[in-house]
Design a protein around this ligand. Structure first.
Ligand code: COA
Length: 178
């Protein structure tokens, strides 16, 4: 579990960064459904059922407990508005972590992504990881700007790696050494 901390966003709202809890289930359903509904540049396209999300959260809490996954959610006014993770690889790649992040519409562009990444980079380093890896859709300009700002470099690309609503988009891989 990460150490809980808080900061003031650029719009003045207070944001708490902490690990996820079982009682976040309803907020997480609303969060992931909102990203699916808006057609965000993420792999998931479908809304979740309560059972699916409960299974997912149960597995996630177990993996956090075992140190296999480092996570951070952002809470504003008592509601979870962002989720993020670093999944540790295993065996000869156990020094690598796969990074992912999503922030609810209405809470973007106010520095939450930046603070989450700073926190997860620090926590990943403390957990002994040496390299972080992430993928983003070539169309996702805000994500690209955040990742470049945080020191990630493009190291690969799958041309037409994503097919979104019948349109092909390149999938870009970025890497950062810790
Ligand atoms: C991508 C995402 C995580 C960025 O998080 P964020 O909290 O909005 O980012 P921040 O406010 O910390 O901004 C970081 C930098 O990105 C840039 N940025 C922010 N919003 C931007 C926008 N709409 N267009 C272009 N650049 C933008 C700024 O340069 C900013 O740096 P600055 O603070 O020094 O000006 C967020 O937009 C999001 O969750 N989007 C939907 C889901 C998603 O795309 N997830 C990532 C999948 S790879």
């Amino acid at each position: 579990m990460i150490k809980t901390r808080s900061f003031k966003a650029k719009d003045g709202r207070m944001v708490i960064l902490r690990s996820v809890r079982w009682d976040d289930l309803d907020d997480l359903i609303e969060f992931i459904d909102s990203l699916a509904d808006e057609g965000a540049d993420i792999l998931r396209t479908e809304r979740v059922t309560r059972d699916e999300e409960a299974d997912w959260l149960g597995r996630r809490l177990a993996r956090i407990d075992k140190g296999e996954l480092i996570d951070a959610v952002a809470e504003v006014d008592g509601r979870v508005v962002a989720n993020s993770e670093v999944q540790k690889r295993t065996g000869m790649m156990s020094h690598i972590g796969d990074f992912g992040i999503g922030i609810k519409s209405g809470y973007r562009g106010i520095g939450i992504g930046t603070e989450i990444m700073k926190t997860l980079i620090e926590e990943s380093r403390s957990a002994g990881l040496r390299i972080l890896v992430l993928d983003h859709f070539a169309t996702n300009k805000p994500a690209r700007a955040l990742y470049e700002k945080m020191g990630f470099k493009e190291e690969g690309r799958i041309p037409k790696g994503i097919c979104k609503n019948g349109k092909y988009i390149d999938l870009i891989r970025m890497v950062r050494e810790l």
